[in-house]
Ligand binder design. Sequence first.
Ligand SMILES: Nc1ncnc2c1ncn2[C@@H]1O[C@H](COP(=O)(O)OP(=O)(O)OP(=O)(O)O)[C@@H](O)[C@H]1O
Length: 308
Amino acid sequence: MTNDSTQHDACIVFHDAAVSRGGRTIWQHGSFAIPNGSVTAIVGTNGTGKTTMMKAELGLLPLAAGSITILGRPAGSANRQIGYVPQSYTSDIDSNLTAEQSVLLGLTGTQFGIHVVTKAQKAKVRQALAFTGIEDKAHLRLSELSGGLRQRVAIAQALVSDPKLLMLDEPLANLDLASQRAVVHVLARLNKELGMTIQVVAHDLNMLLPILTGAVYLLDGHPHYAAMNQVLDSSLLTHLYGTTVQVVTTPQGDMFVTPSPDEPEDVVPDTHATAEIAQFHHHHGAGDAGHDAGARTPAVRNDAGGAR
Ligand SMILES: Nc1ncnc2c1ncn2[C@@H]1O[C@H](COP(=O)(O)OP(=O)(O)OP(=O)(O)O)[C@@H](O)[C@H]1O
């Protein structure tokens, strides 16, 4: 999978990569190549190592084995070309900053010390705020903004330095439907209009389905990468999520992933033979047994059903 031609066009290349934390292997044997210009999700149940994967890609966590190459360089060496929006961004950000000051951090790197802000930097910040649709919020403090608007500030901060790759950890978590839509719309434009490669950690795929080209899925301790048409497979997703999942296509052609409804209790077939069920009841006298069992059959079956 990671032959020369795919590696040439690839943004992210894993080669037999593994990560351990606290002496425990989180995932291993990751070998795949993710193309430039793609929009991929990292999918997996809680604790399978999605955030760990992003941190390994950023070189923030050492690999236990193998290698990861990002934008043609070893993980960690190309971080100037990567915009990263961590998971906790919207909750633990210093809320005294204005949206504009926060986005500026994406260029200056730190809020400490005195910075002479150039006209060019100011223009870049304005551009990033405009792209994410929050130019009119520039002078508001983060504490005055909703979670959805704060997430857009976070994205503006990550994209202000013109990264080639944008990585976002759960960017839709805790956002209402309209805010989720707004964030997905920004991601779609970044990909289509600016050609940015995007990777997103996501629990729920549905909102992102229209823009996803592929997914990395963490299954049985191994990361795998596949194009979206292969990932949207009911049995794979059922295995992945650990609960029965259906892929549904609407008449309009929209696809979504949904849990299958539980089987109603009354369609569960009763596999007990009448004679077998009769043994659950006490009978007095061997002579009555056969007769009793036959006569009571309907009541016995109801008793057994009620006990379930
Ligand atoms: N600092 C740490 N030291 C030791 N183990 C850790 C540390 N951080 C995370 N882990 C473990 O690594 C595993 C993967 O964690 P990670 O946060 O990457 O999972 P995740 O898939 O992003 O989970 P979630 O969906 O819950 O956010 C978990 O089992 C976690 O307990």
